[in-house]
Design a protein around this ligand. Structure first.
Ligand code: ADP
Ligand code: MG
Length: 755
């Protein structure tokens, strides 16, 4: 894995680039996204500014070079095969085995040219990370003792990993032990280079033999089909007869922390759990806001440069990077892509961040809350839906007719979010996110929709008069306008506190945890919006007077679901009270969120649209409870280990040296009251620590003795987590007063200010 630590400067890299418009090779990867232009870099000036400036690279040349993308397919596949595959990608037409054989052969030849020795079906089981099983291309030796490199259509389309070691939440017992992976040909294959050499990675879905989804991808692909179908019904009503497909697009902004690898290795909590379980706040925190968008330090810059390069090679459109709110916290955002590709790419982003950090002597922390008291990390899920003739349904149009369609889409989304707020909240639940949501840094745990001043005004007019006859522009009221304002250009108030914000031509779901897959949230958004579209179309398709019916329906939805709209400060206590008055759910923890998956409302919607069966939903709930208990158990055991083997022994040694000092100073006849006072204080906290440790051991043991499932998870939440907090408290106080030299691990200050 180690290619050696490159030295480099990111600012220098920018210095030599000139951004121009996209050229052919780059569009391949992003085909299907009309309206989108990918800036690439040409016109290089390799002049070096300083000695340690890094080599300039040609982004246009390297972008997508390790991807079996449209350009490669066009070049290498026979015309008929290429056409058939395109049909499969664009229209979901089934691929026959003969065609698959040709594709597999060409894909293998291409991969071998890139140095690949193995291929893998790359999939996303419910462990939260991706999984892969590698097979080399070699076939059985020939008579002459040599081997051939082979890869068949069957091997491309279907793999059979042993499903029994992946979470199935009881599906295994009910159904079949075996599982298979199936090629998602809408997400291109790529060659990954790492310590294992080069591997052809084939994005796949993972199912049981009887077809139950065992992964994140399968329901996502199903939900994409569902929203496409229902959105097509909707646009047909407005006269669009040409669109064949509607695609949800996703842009996932990724937050992360970087810490020094040497210091990381001295913290068992970071090693085992990804977050610090002890740690007092440093004298300086993020209060100065001097890190946010600040100049990127050289070490970080070098890391970002390598990360971008690796991502570009595998076709990930890494676009934006900046420092985040907390010290040592950063963000990377790609350009949005069709939802399934965006999900795959987000996994690649997370893996690449970790791998490249290793090469730079750092560790990338993707946990939602690595440091208590310091801003946590999330993932903003930007979502929009676009027809294949290039119309973003979340963009207000130029004509009143288009605006009516926009308002119908908008009010349908309000309805969807209002009716399924619990599901949306659940989709962002993971153990780490329990530390963020509602904790005054991330969105509150209450789901609401931010529309901004202009749209809110339009909505109010719809509610009171049934018609929007004027709109606010730049704070001034403009009456008589026939069209809606350009919301994208006039997104004045960004309102960072809203969990589900309309930002001009997309919604931004801001609750997702930084470590979590964005698949789950997008399955929910796609399906609930599809349901709302479907219900609206059921009514409108039957209407005698369409204009009148759509007008009434928009007004009805606006009135019925206005309670979900909130434009104020989501961090304020007043909002919590107001939301309760409005009857909006306030689900403060993962354990309380999980039941939303299996309510009758949820089961009937998901079953109706064939996104999940009841059994799949129940299995997912089961897996979530297990994952929660496992995460808490690991954290509790790690705390017990650290407290017993590192912290208590260190403090005992410290009290011994204090006691020796007290005796020595007393013998010398001087005042030892400070030393004696400190000894008393430290001893008191030590006793408190020991007591809390014993209580945590009891709670953790009790949890371990329980049967896996809901009750165990609830017990972990109600008893183990508070016992962990009770142990942390005296330890953090001790850290503040014990000699730094005596403390057995790097402090917060060491970790986040000295990267
Ligand atoms: P920020 O929210 O940090 O100000 P932007 O809103 O510009 O940044 O973009 C954040 C992400 O949203 C990016 O990944 C971007 O590609 C994505 N994005 C932009 N437009 C759309 C869209 N129409 N649909 C989905 N994602 C989008
Ligand atoms: Mg954003």
């Amino acid at each position: 894995m180690n290619k050696g630590v490159p030295t480099g400067s990111w600012s220098a890299f920018f210095y030599v680039m000139r951004v121009t418009e996209v050229s052919a090779p780059c569009t391949a990867q992003i085909s299907g996204r009309r309206n989108m232009r990918l800036p690439v870099v040409t016109g290089f000036n390799t002049r070096k500014e300083t000695e340690n400036m890094s080599e300039a690279i040609n982004v246009a040349e390297i972008f997508g070079e390790d991807v079996f993308n449209d350009t490669v397919m066009l070049e290498r596949l026979p015309k008929k095969v290429y056409k058939d595959l395109k049909k499969t990608i664009e229209e979901g037409k089934e691929l026959d085995l003969a065609t698959a054989d040709v594709i597999a052969h060409e894909m293998k030849e291409w991969a071998i040219e890139k140095g690949a020795t193995h291929y893998t079906h790359w999939f996303q089981p419910l462990t939260g990370v991706t999984a892969e099983k590698h097979d080399s291309f070699i076939s059985a030796p020939l008579d002459n003792g040599k081997v051939l490199m082979s890869f068949s259509g069957k091997e491309l389309i279907k793999g059979e990993p042993d499903a029994s070691s992946f979470p199935s939440g009881g599906l295994r017992a009910t159904f079949e032990a075996r599982g298979y992976t199936a090629w998602d040909c809408t997400s291109p294959a790529f060659v990954r280079h790492d310590a294992a050499g080069a591997t052809l990675c084939i994005p796949t879905a993972f199912c049981s033999y009887t077809g139950e989804a065992l992964d994140q991808k399968t329901p996502l692909l199903r939900s994409m089909e569902v929203i496409s179908e229902q959105a097509l019904r909707l646009v047909r009503l407005f006269g669009n007869t040409t669109a064949k497909k509607v695609t949800p697009s996703v842009g996932a902004e990724q937050e992360y922390f970087l810490v020094d690898a040497e210091k990381f290795r001295l913290r068992k909590d970071l090693i085992y759990t990804g977050r610090t379980l002890f740690g007092a706040m440093p004298p300086k925190g993020q209060e100065l806001d001097d890190h946010y968008f600040g100049t990127i330090r050289q070490r970080i810059a070098g890391f970002m440069k390598d990360t971008n390069e690796e991502l570009w090679r595998v076709g990930v459109t890494a676009k934006t990077q900046h420092n985040e709110v907390a010290p040592a916290q950063h963000e990377l955002a790609p350009i949005y892509a069709p939802a399934n590709i965006a999900v795959d790419h987000n996994h690649l982003v997370m893996q690449t961040l970790k791998r490249v950090a290793g090469r730079h002597g750092m560790k990338c922390l993707l946990h939602e809350k690595p440091f208590a008291g310091v801003n946590g990390s999330g993932k903003h899920d930007n979502w929009s839906i676009t027809t294949d003739d290039g119309r973003n349904l979340l963009e207000p149009g130029k004509t009143p007719h288009e605006n009516i369609q926009f308002l119908l889409v908008l009010t349908c989304i309000l309805k969807a979010v209002d009716e399924h707020a619990d599901l949306l909240r659940e989709s962002a639940a993971d153990p780490g996110n329990d530390h963020r949501l509602g904790a005054n840094e991330a969105p509150p745990a209450i789901i609401s929709v931010f529309l901004g001043e202009q749209l809110e005004d339009v909505l109010q007019q719809l509610i009171s008069t049934g018609e929007a006859t004027h709109s606010l522009k730049g704070g001034k009221l403009e009456t008589g306008v026939r069209t809606l304002p350009d919301l994208a250009k006039d997104a004045t108030d960004r309102n960072r506190t809203s969990p589900f914000a309309f930002t001009g031509n997309k919604f931004e779901f801001r609750m997702v945890g930084s470590r979590d897959s964005v698949a789950g949230p997008n399955v929910v958004i796609n399906t609930i919006v599809a349901e709302a579209f479907s219900e609206a179309c059921d009514i409108l398709e039957k209407a005698d007077d369409f204009e009148m019916a759509v007008h009434d329906l928009i007004k009805q939805y606006a009135i019925e679901h206005h309670r979900i709209v909130f434009n104020g400060n989501g961090y304020a206590q007043a909002w919590v009270e107001e939301a309760a008055r409005r009857g909006l759910p306030n689900i403060s923890s993962m354990v309380e969120a999980i039941p939303a998956l299996t309510t009758e409302k949820s089961v009937s919607m998901f079953e109706r649209f064939n996104v999940f069966t009841r059994a799949e939903l129940e299995s997912r709930a089961e897996i979530k409870y297990e994952n929660y208990s496992k995460a808490i158990n690991i954290e509790a055991r790690t705390m017990i280990d650290m407290a017993s083997k590192q912290i208590i022994p260190a403090v005992i040694r410290y009290t011994k040296s204090l006691a020796d000092t007290v005796v020595a100073v007393k013998e010398a006849g001087a005042d030892m009251s400070v030393q004696a006072g400190l000894l008393t204080e430290v001893s008191g906290l030590l006793a408190e620590t020991k007591k809390a440790l014993e209580a945590l051991i009891l709670a953790a043991d009790k949890a371990s003795d329980m049967e896996e499932g809901k009750q165990q998870a609830e017990y972990c939440h109600s008893d183990v987590v508070p016992a962990m907090e009770a142990l942390r408290k005296p330890v953090d106080e001790l850290e503040m007063i014990v000699d730094k030299e005596a403390w057995p691990m790097p402090s917060y200050g060491d970790l986040i200010f000295e990267v």
